[in-house]
Design a protein. Sequence first.
Length: 64
Amino acid sequence: YADRQTGTPAYNLALSEKRAKAVADALTSEYGIDSSRISVDWKGDTEQPYAENDWNRVAIFFAE
């Protein structure tokens, strides 16, 4: 995710992609999780999970 009040939609999409991939890279390289167990998605500023804009500068992940 990225907050709408910072950057253009294109910039925020690229930023959220970079953020999501950095989390996946950390999970594999620092914590030894096999990459086949990780799926990555990014939203840019198309979805805002929080009302507080600063909080939308976030990576959210789910474990199953």
